[in-house]
Design a protein. Structure first.
Lengths: 739, 690
């Protein structure tokens, strides 16, 4: 590993000797490398005594990354792998609770409900509430009566209200009963109706969660916090175990995380919080709030360090990012956006002598492009991207889209262009792949005679074909298997019957296809034998045959998941497990796998991902698509999801604001709760744009379309004001250069 | 064998010669005890006067094998028993003496002894209505687990000798966590008192009543005590640390009155702590003996191993390391730490292969894991088979329903007993056909089931009604076999049902038996028959009509009730010498196997350190050692877990001669990062030695 030579900003962090430190780190400033170097130094000097340096980060993929870097550093120093612990918030909470479930007041074999299960339980709770309260929601319908359309729409609204209330309440450690008590003492029936609705659905939801003996993710962290709060000896013990805490991605901290880490760090008060408030892009749909980090950075007792030097982007791209921050902080039309969106910090390029020099301006460019319609935009971007890959196969390239939906559209266009690309959209590709493959194979094993199952199993196996010869012509083989009318003779030929006799009489079958069918049948027979095993062993038997290590880990998780389901449902057999696995993989397969792979862009291939998922990555060329006024609203007149005029605004946000007001965490100001929520949306979108811009090392393209699809119609949208501002700056700069 | 132990073999047989052999079991107490028994018989002591108390049935079998080798005459018949078996036998013998006093409503009726399954059934039936009233709501445990813990509570009160009425209060007093738990403790108390009342009313003796009646009532009768002490003049006790406190009380009471005694025990042992094993009681017994012969760890095992165990104990807060010699670093032959569990298995097997190439026999290696779960067993089996390493997986006996042959036969049983009104899915019938018509593949089985099984009516149709084309696909050879099985079922249905265990025997003999049944499956089947027979025998006492027994039993098996054999008697067959042994940690420790090399898997997992979490019980709090002024705090919990972990580490290390490989993956199956107290402890020990 290259020796780490710290620069300004990093040096101050590496000199850390204890206490509270807050680090604001711009994109590309070497945050992870600095954390690793600091952790390694603290371990080497024995600063954690008999305990461990605890590093808390956001995703399991990041855990792997940090862990392997520390491991490597310690190996190079000839030290044993002790003295550190790298966790996500959830795995940290899980281990605290798991060691003490009784004290936490939960069953010993609690399960953490995945997103899908939580989502299902929420849907059920909403349905239950709706069925008991038709009069209430019926009366909210626009117009004089309600119909099926309103019922559907209301279900979605109620769900959003409930989820907002649940997340907010749990992050403030309010049980449903506590919330009801607050509502009762705060005004009861006079209080915001949506808060009351949200509280009731919360109660129904939580009853179901408890019945399952499970905890959702918020409950998990909450339980850990409660344990530390109510059991000082435990808190002390864990504080001794983890006397130093390094927190990464602190801008995404949620209230429960604040509580947990501050309690853990209470005794020793050694807590380093590293993050970039300007890259907080989770706050509108989670309880994350960049204000926590910002407040921490402003505390007197906190030593604040800025890592403002970055060697990632070419200077003109750095300037563009800084210009965005500058404009929003000082010139944006909304005062609240000026206050909240960004911390006024500038990215600086590296100086001479720095080991990571910024790409030179002469080897970089920024383009702004407008299109008449989305189809034009996507086609042109796809074409350009493909050409760039051909001309510069040694460089990396990304297309960043605001939504998964647009991503899927872009993927279709890229496919039709014949482009090579890696798709990193809604759920982790590899997690989906594992779930889908095992689901298809399990469905076949549960019902091998069912039409389509044999073909499905073959297709699943194609993703992991075990022999070098390959799966043959997939479409031809799949067609043959689909039309096989005697699968028993194919898989278990008896007497003089040959396997090919079981296939439809289509004439000569290619030898490679026949061999592939032979391989498939061999594995299918093996797996059919395994169906007598308990479900977890059976699934592992299949996974073992096909998958590599990382996928095996996911398969193990699925196996354990199904085993858990089986324990709760002892009458289940393979068909029920197959159905459960199919549901799981159709839903958010990534929900069974909390993490995602740390995606590594490959030269010569297009990376297609969302603005959110791009965080932490970088490419030589970045296309940012769809930068219109719809997705990047400028003021409160814009179009915001969730707002209903006839409901007086955004019911979810109104409920949340009322809840926060009840507990003294918010005071009404100039703007209504709905508008404040919209301000947050505007602010976060600006940060998203900032993140997107700073993904590009050399080349940046920002584009938008005037006409975009909306349901089955086309809608005309405005250019994003940020787009106009930045393109103007870019133009003036270019004119200045050319004189 | 530690040399100093052997001096007791030919020690005096009169004059109250009581000896305690203190040290780990690997020190060789057992050979001394075999030899002592032999000596006693040789000098004319009647086998009838020997009280040989052993910790479990597996040890009984071991001792039996040794004793059977002895060439002694007709007076050499020696009774070998566990404390429980002794109690049952004597209660049966002296029933009229104690039944009324013990509170049984019909003392004139013979007692009915409940095994674990039947006790679960009775208690389960009693508390089922209470669940619907909201008892234990919020715990979200399967009813079987709740019932199991309630039984545990009753048992604990009996084996520690405090009144049943104190169970709930003890738990509540100690509890410092969530308040809801207090409600559960009250409910738990109500349930066990309900159960006790029912048993007394109907003459049923579960384990807790066996212990209470024996300990409190029978042993308290002068006439019984006279008989007992006149009969048993010589005492042999093996693994005293694995025995329950009331067993220690009995031995302590006998000691001053006996002619001789040889007691073996390890005051630092006690792996069955969750079943009431009391190592501290073992230390008390040592003090009561006239002769105490102690062997330290380093005398009984390799010095490096003893040192390693002691250093780990130091790190775990178990006191300073008292072993001066040995190098703990040498005990650890290697630390395997890889990203994924499958990598861990591959690396483990790879290392085993290298050792075999260096001349180490497979039988000299043991793999232990905190839980040999299904996934791990699968991965290991595949890897060991691929590497051509002969192995035996000693596993905790899982629920019977996990076995295909059990499911198959219960499906056929359901088809034979339409009065059970059990819903049988086509998948169940497919599985059953694969076994009944083996070798039959799944697809042909599915084809057959599609054609012949009427799910709504729960019947199999006549084979002749199926079209020929279908039979052609299934295979004409199966026609006859199908007809035969169908006819058998039809014939059975036409007559009155027979006792369920008889049915199972007939089913096996007349339908299932054949060369295609693997020996392991046949062994499982015989467990099923034995289990159902035991259930049937207690049936009338359970208020079950003969006709109900089969259905009830079947439903118990399919809902996952663990077979009685699992809990009463851990069957740990010793692997032949040429086979590498794979076992869960506790099972391995109780087998007393010694290996040259051990592989500890999943050392990064917290499961090594986890207590047996049971929200309705607590074997520390419900122990006579528990100070009732204490509270169950995290500090207490932490300390006890460390103590247990040390116990495991010490137990394993002392059973290893040449080296321990510590194997960890960074990600467990659940994708949780692994970083456990065991791994941290070991790393600290190794780091210090560098």
């Amino acid at each position: 590993m290259k020796a780490f030579v710290p620069r300004e900003g990093q040096r101050e962090i590496l000199d850390y000797e204890g206490g509270l430190m807050g680090v604001s780190a711009v994109p590309g400033s070497g945050k992870t490398a600095t954390i690793v170097a600091l952790a390694t130094r603290l371990i080497k000097e024995g600063m954690a005594r008999d305990g461990q340096v605890l590093i808390v980060t956001y995703q399991t993929a990041a855990v792997d990354n940090v862990r392997s870097r520390i491991r490597q550093a310690l190996e190079e120093m000839g030290r044993l792998q002790i003295g550190y612990d790298v966790r996500t918030l959830h795995s940290l909470s899980y281990s605290i609770v798991r060691a003490n479930p009784g004290l936490a007041g939960i069953g010993s074999e609690f399960s953490v409900l995945d997103d899908r299960t939580s989502s299902d339980l929420l849907d059920k709770a909403v349905r239950m509430w709706n069925s008991r309260n038709t009069q209430i929601w019926g009366a909210l319908a626009p117009g004089d009566y309600y119909d099926e359309r309103w019922e559907r729409e209301w279900r979605s609204i109620a769900r959003t209200i409930a989820w907002t209330v649940i997340t907010t309440a749990k992050n403030r450690r309010l049980q449903p009963d506590d919330l009801f008590a607050r509502i009762a003492s705060g005004g009861g029936e006079d209080l915001n109706l949506f808060l009351r609705i949200g509280a009731e659905i919360y109660q129904l939801y939580q009853q179901q969660v408890e019945t399952m003996g499970g905890l959702d993710f918020n409950d998990l962290v909450w339980s850990a916090v409660d344990l530390l709060e109510h059991h000082p000896d435990l808190c002390e013990r864990l504080g001794t175990r983890w006397p130093i805490i390094l927190e990464d991605e602190a801008q995404d901290s949620v209230p429960l995380q604040e509580d947990l880490l501050s309690m853990l760090g209470r005794e020793s008060a050694n807590w380093v919080r590293v993050g970039d408030p300007n890259q907080a892009i989770m706050s509108t749909f989670t309880a994350a709030d960049p204000r926590f980090l910002r407040r921490f950075l402003e505390m007197n007792s906190v030593r604040t360090v800025e890592m403002s030097i970055s060697g990632r982007c070419a200077p003109k791209i750095v300037d563009m990012a800084n210009a965005l921050v500058q404009w929003v902080c000082f010139d944006h039309g909304l005062a609240e956006v000026r206050d909240q969106a960004f911390r006024a910090q500038k990215i600086r390029t590296t100086g001479r002598g720095d080991s990571q020099q910024n790409p030179q301006d002469r080897e970089s460019d920024i383009a702004f492009r407008s299109y008449n319609n989305r189809v034009e935009e996507l086609s042109d971007v796809a074409r350009r991207a493909r050409l760039f890959c051909q001309r510069s196969p040694h460089l990396t390239l990304a297309i960043l889209v605001p939504t998964n939906r647009l991503g899927y559209e872009m993927a279709d266009v890229l496919r039709s262009e014949g482009a090579d690309f890696d798709e990193v959209l809604q759920s982790a590709h590899s997690a989906r792949k594992v779930g889908n493959a095992l689901s298809a194979i399990t469905s076949f094993l549960a019902d091998p005679l069912k039409r389509g199952n044999l073909e499905g199993a073959y297709r699943a196996m194609c993703s992991y074909w075990p022999t070098e010869e390959g799966p043959g012509d997939q479409e031809r083989v799949a067609t043959l298997l689909r039309s096989c009318y005697k699968p028993e003779s194919l898989l278990y030929p008896q007497g003089d019957v040959r396997p090919e006799d079981a296939l439809p009489p289509v004439g000569e079958i290619a030898l490679t296809d026949m061999r592939a069918i032979g391989v498939f049948c061999r594995y299918a027979r093996r797996w059919l034998r395994a169906t007598s095993l308990p479900i977890d062993q059976m699934l592992m038997a299949v996974a073992q045959d096909l998958m590599g290590n990382a996928d095996m880990a996911r398969a193990q998780k699925l196996a354990a998941f199904l085993r858990g389901r089986g324990d709760i449902n002892p009458s289940w057999r393979l068909p029920e497990f197959a159905r459960e696995l199919t549901l799981a993989s159709r839903g958010k397969a990534a929900s069974l796998v909390e993490d995602e792979d740390l995606f590594t862009p490959r030269p010569g291939r297009i990376s297609l991902t969302t603005l959110h998922k791009a965080k932490g990555l970088e490419w030589d060329l970045v296309y940012i698509v769809g930068v219109d006024g719809d997705w990047f609203p400028y003021d409160l007149d814009g179009h915001f999801r969730g707002e209903y005029e006839f409901l007086g605004g955004d019911p979810g946000e109104e409920a949340r604001a009322e809840l926060l007001r009840l507990i003294g965490a918010w005071e009404p100001g100039r703007l209504s709760a709905t508008h404040m929520a919209h301000v947050e949306v505007i602010a976060e979108r600006m940060r998203l744009l900032y993140v997107a811009i700073t993904r590009a090392r050399r080349y940046l393209s920002i584009s938008w379309s005037r006409d975009i699809p909306m349901a089955s119609r086309m809608r005309t949208v405005d250019q994003a004001v940020a787009y106009s501002v930045l393109s103007g700056i870019n133009e003036r700069r270019d004119v200045g250069r050319t004189g | 064998m530690v040399p100093q132990f052997s001096q007791v073999i030919q020690g005096p047989v009169t004059g109250n010669n009581t000896c305690f052999l203190s040290g780990p079991l690997v020190g060789g107490q057992r050979p001394v005890q075999y030899a002592r028994i032999n000596h006693l018989l040789n000098v004319g002591v009647s086998g009838y006067s020997l009280l040989v108390l052993l910790p479990d049935q597996a040890t009984v079998r071991l001792f039996r094998e040794e004793i059977n080798r002895l060439p002694n005459g007709p007076n050499s018949e020696v009774e070998l028993q566990t404390y429980y078996a002794l109690a049952v036998r004597l209660i049966r013998l002296f029933w009229p003496l104690v039944a009324a006093e013990a509170g049984f409503a019909t003392p004139q009726k013979a007692p009915v002894f409940l095994n674990y399954e039947s006790a679960q059934y009775v208690l389960g039936s009693l508390v089922e209505p209470l669940f619907s009233q909201g008892y234990f709501e919020g715990l979200a445990m399967r009813p079987q687990r709740t019932v199991s813990q309630l039984l545990d509570n009753a048992n604990k009160s009996a084996i520690h000798g405090f009144p049943l009425s104190e169970v709930g209060p003890r738990l509540s007093e100690a509890w410092t966590g969530d308040e809801n738990r207090l409600r559960y403790y009250d409910q738990s108390q109500h349930c066990i008192e309900l159960f006790r009342g029912h048993c007394l009313q109907h003459g049923l003796l579960d384990a807790s009543l066996v212990f209470e009646v024996f300990n409190r009532h029978l042993l308290g009768r002068d006439e019984f005590w006279l008989y007992f002490t006149e009969r048993y003049r010589h005492i042999i006790v093996d693994s005293a640390e694995e025995m329950v406190p009331i067993a220690h009380d009995l031995i302590a009471r006998l000691l001053p009155q006996c002619d001789s005694a040889v007691i073996g025990g390890d005051p630092q042992g006690g792996f069955r702590i969750f079943l009431g094993a009391d190592a501290a009681g073992c230390a008390d017994l040592a003090r009561r003996c006239s002769v105490l012969i102690e062997a330290g760890d380093q005398e009984c095992a390799e010095e490096d191993m003893a040192s390693f165990a002691a250093r780990c104990g130091e790190k775990l807060g178990q006191g300073e390391c008292a072993i001066s010699g040995g190098r703990s670093g040498r005990a650890a032959a290697g630390l395997i730490r890889v990203p994924y569990r499958s990598d861990m298995i591959k690396a483990t097997v790879g290392q085993m292969t290298r050792l075999i190439e260096q001349g180490v026999a497979p039988g000299d290696m043991a793999i232990v894991a905190p839980h040999a779960d299904g996934v791990l067993r699968f991965l290991l089996s595949e890897a060991l088979s691929a590497a051509d390493i002969p192995y035996a997986i000693i596993r905790r006996y899982e629920a019977l329903r996990e076995e295909p042959i059990v499911r198959a036969c219960l499906t056929l049983a359901a088809l034979a007993h339409p009065q059970w009104r059990e819903s049988i899915t086509p998948f169940d019938v497919e599985e059953a056909f694969c076994i009944a018509f083996a070798p039959m593949d799944r697809l042909r089985s599915a084809l057959l089931v599609q054609a012949v099984y009427d799910e709504k009516k729960g019947i199999l149709i006549e084979g002749g009604e199926v079209e020929e084309q279908r039979w052609a696909r299934v295979g004409a050879a199966y026609f006859e076999r199908y007809q035969r099985v169908r006819s058998w079922l039809q014939a059975y249905r036409a007559n009155d049902p027979i006792p369920f265990d008889h049915f199972l025997r007939r089913l096996f003999g007349e339908v299932l038996a054949g060369s295609h049944i693997a020996p392991e499956s046949a062994a499982v089947y015989s467990k099923l028959i034995a289990s159902s027979q035991a259930f049937r025998r207690t049936g009338p006492a359970l208020g079950l009509a003969e006709g109900e027994l089969g259905a009830r039993y079947s439903s118990m098996v399919m809902s996952g009730v663990i077979a009685a054999q699992h809990l009463v008697d851990r069957d740990v067959p010793m692997a032949p010498e040429s086979i590498a042994l794979v076992a869960p940690v506790h099972t391995y420790l109780l087998s007393n196997h010694v290996a040259r090399y051990q592989f500890w898997l999943d050392v990064g997992s917290d499961v090594w350190w986890d207590a047996l979490h049971q929200p309705l019980t607590n074997h520390y709090v419900l122990s006579r050692r528990w100070n009732r002024d204490e509270r169950w705090t995290d500090a207490v919990d932490f300390s006890l877990r460390n103590r247990n972990l040390h116990r495991l580490v010490r137990g394993l290390a002392l059973r290893c001669r040449d080296g321990i490989f510590l194997c960890a993956s960074e990600r467990e199956g659940r994708d949780e990062v692994q970083d456990s107290p065991l791994l941290m402890t070991v790393q600290q020990v190794l780091q210090e030695e560098r």
